[in-house]
Structures are given as C-alpha cells and as structure tokens.
Design a protein around this ligand. Structure first.
Ligand SMILES: C[S@@+](CC[C@H](N)C(=O)[O-])C[C@H]1O[C@@H](n2cnc3c(N)ncnc32)[C@H](O)[C@@H]1O
Length: 242
C-alpha cells in the first residue's frame, strides 16, 4: 500500500491546518521540491500519486447528490437497523473516503471511522473541514471520530459497538461501474485487505459487510440476512443478546 510522504499547501489560509495535520499524522511539511505521493491542502485538497489525482469533495459531484438525498438511504437504514431514535455506536472498520460513514453520521449515528491509510484519513478530515457552516453538517461532523489504524486493533472492543461495518475493496470489475475514484484507489492501495473474517470471529453484536450484488458471501452463517440493492448488497450477521 502506498501512502503520502508529505503535506504541502500554497494557500496561507491552510498553513495552520497543514502544520496541525503534519504533527497529528507525523508526515513532514514539504515545499516545492515534493515527493511524488503527497497531499496539497486547498479547497478542495488533492492527493497526488504517480501523476494521478484524488479529490474527496462533499460539496459537489456524485457524492454530493447522495448527501442531498441521505434520508432516502433505505438499504443502509435496514442493514444497520436504524429504526430506533437512539443513535447507534458504529465502528467503520474500512473507512476509505468516509462516504458511507458521513451518510450514517447525517442519519444521527455515532461513528468511529478507522482507516489505515494516512492520505485517505487526511482527505476525509479536509472534506469535513470544508463543509459549509450548517448546523446539520456540524452535527454530522461531531458524530464522526477518525482513527488512523488497522481496524484489527479494535477486535477486542467489538462488543462496545452496536454495529461493525466492513466495506472491503471490490476485487471484481464485472458488474460495478468503475469510477475514477475507484481506479485511483485500486492503484494507490494496490494490495487487497479485508478484515471481515477477523471481525466475524470477534465478539460483535451486528456485523454488516458490503458486497457486490452477485459476489458470493464471504462468510456462511445461519444468522445471515442480505439486503439487496441494484448493484451492491449488505450481508448482515447478528449476535444481539435477546
Ligand atoms: C472500499 S474502501 C471503503 C469505502 C468507504 N466505505 C466509503 O464509503 O468511502 C476500503 C478501505 O478500507 C481500508 N482498509 C482495508 N483494510 C483495513 C483495515 N484492516 N484497517 C483499516 N482500514 C482498512 C482501505 O485502506 C480502503 O481505504
């Protein structure tokens, strides 16, 4: 897996954030002579890797349109059992760009996003930081905690979460239309990691695994229920105490 070697910015408004992120993630601040893999803090921030660019904007594009319709996420609501007014405590064990996590946060859930790639953690931090000042965005941002780690470090605390969520990289390109973001992620992350099996062995209460619609289930278990969408599905395993 590649990761960023530096943080840079040319915009004085971002100098302090660049310093803070550099010290939080232990990544050097860099000047014009920068390594190939770096983040340029800006509005929007850009992750550079081998001549390719990744932007994670929550203010425009496909994800913005998903944000505007967050109340329509019927499949996600069913998979995470979000019927009750009481917010659920969720561990997102494969944070990525934080899209699913942000929708869950807009839906009022408390979510810990664990992502092992520093560049992706910073892109998510910046996407949240660049949101307009509306109270519903502020509430959603306050519902999210970002941790840069291998989520397997949370296996022993699985019982502390109402739901554990795993969205591993899809390794088939047959049915799901590849977006530019997905292609970047394939090349940037390169190796395929999937902590699903490890979480299945943990003391979880509810485990939700995102799959391609037609992909075989990674885990066979009698408690499994699947919620199917048009191109993806959620396989849900429960060990909730009666
Ligand atoms: C398909 S992406 C997740 C996309 C995310 N659900 C979203 O909505 O943006 C998978 C991510 O999981 C991360 N990942 C895979 N295994 C992990 C692990 N054991 N711990 C933390 N992050 C992991 C990868 O680095 C990658 O960024």
């Amino acid at each position: 897996m590649a990761d960023i070697k530096g943080i840079k910015t040319e915009d004085p408004d971002f100098f302090q954030r660049a310093k803070d992120l550099s010290s939080k993630y232990d990544v050097p601040l860099i000047g014009p002579e920068f390594p190939d893999i770096h983040i340029n803090l800006d509005n929007p921030s850009v992750l550079h890797f081998n001549g390719m660019k990744l932007v994670n904007s929550f203010k425009k594009g496909k994800f913005y349109s998903r944000i505007t319709k967050f109340q329509n996420e019927a499949l996600l609501k069913k998979a995470f059992a979000l019927q009750s007014a009481k917010p659920k405590k969720i561990l997102d064990a494969t944070g990525g760009l934080g899209h699913d996590a942000f929708i869950l946060a807009l839906l009022g859930q408390k979510i810990t996003v664990v992502e092992k790639n520093i560049g992706l953690c910073i892109l998510l931090e910046e996407a949240l930081n660049e949101l307009p000042n509306y109270s519903y965005f502020d509430d959603a941002v306050n519902n999210i905690t970002i941790k840069n780690s291998d989520s397997r470090k949370f296996l022993d605390s699985a019982q502390a979460y109402d739901v554990i969520y795993v969205d591993p990289m899809f390794n088939s390109n047959k049915r799901l239309k590849r977006t530019k973001q997905m292609e970047f992620m394939d090349k940037y992350l390169a190796e395929y990691d999937n902590p699903s099996d490890d979480f299945f062995k943990s003391d979880f209460r509810r485990l939700v695994i995102k799959k391609e619609l037609r992909a075989p289930a990674s885990i066979k278990d009698s408690s499994a229920i699947s919620f199917n969408g048009s191109s993806i599905r959620y396989d849900v395993y429960t060990r909730e105490k009666k």
